[in-house]
Write a protein of this length. Structure first.
Length: 252
């Protein structure tokens, strides 16, 4: 039986905070420490980015010519657009109120993954960027929380993405450690003995979405959750395995 436990008492995270220590304290207060086999800790991107100092004051950003042009098209703040371009490898779509890019990590997403909601108090206009290396950050958290000999324990760094042809956002994994983010079941047989030819399971995305049932998307102030009782397959492929290579892009 899988259970989902919100971590509700995490304080406002600031640059340089020891996020592993904060999470450990929160888990202990919730009666969930120590971690055990079948636990997956889901940490939202925002608190990870805050701890890693990925906050940018917009007043410090000087928009370039491309940013000014795209800002006129999308009707967005030119400073924000400049940050989006810096974080992205290409622009996928730019229309009024919409700017979709391919992030440097490979994700195709709105505004280069840059967020301005729920980023904490402050007088200046600020924006929060994605972590530089979410998979590496997940590995660091796993080592700090579960130790080098951890087995059957995982970390997922989650974010919220929209999807083509579907309304609404869902949780996705942008970082993972201690579990195979993508489970390849090709070659197995279904219950009728037919060989599976294309089935790959986005396990880390499934876990990230399950956690959003308690972390929420608005003012819930629940930036992490523990899934307990998850039967984790063997493997330790990070969330980078979930990104479809450009050569497999079917829509360009």
């Amino acid at each position: 039986m899988i259970s989902i436990h919100p971590l509700c008492d995490i304080p406002e995270i600031r640059a340089g905070d020891d996020l592993a220590a904060v999470l450990r304290d929160s888990l202990a207060k919730a009666g969930l420490w120590p971690l055990q086999t079948g636990d997956v800790l889901v940490v939202t991107q925002k608190i990870l980015s805050k701890a890693e100092g990925r906050m940018v004051a917009l007043d410090s950003v000087e928009p370039g010519a491309q940013a000014l042009e795209l800002a006129a098209t999308t009707r967005k703040d030119p400073r924000l657009v400049e940050l989006v371009l810096r974080e992205s490898s290409s622009v996928v779509r730019a229309v009024p109120h919409v700017l979709i890019t391919r992030h440097r990590l490979g994700h195709v997403m709105a505004n280069g993954g840059i967020d301005r909601s729920n980023i904490g108090p402050g007088d200046e206009d600020r924006a929060l960027l994605l972590p530089l290396d979410p998979d590496g950050s997940a590995r660091g958290l796993l080592a700090a929380l579960a130790g080098p000999e951890a087995a059957g324990i995982g970390i997922v760094v989650s974010d919220s993405f929209g999807r083509p042809w579907r309304h609404g956002v869902v949780g996705v994994a942008i970082g993972a450690a201690g579990l195979p983010a993508l489970v390849d079941r090709r070659g197995e047989e279904d219950r009728d003995g037919r060989r599976l030819e294309v089935t790959q399971i986005a396990l880390a995305d499934q876990i990230a979405t399950a956690a959003t049932l308690v972390t929420g998307e608005g003012a819930e102030s629940v930036p992490a959750a523990l899934l307990r009782g998850v039967a984790l397959p063997e493997g330790d492929a990070g969330a980078g395995a979930l990104v479809r290579p450009l050569e497999e892009d079917l829509f360009r």
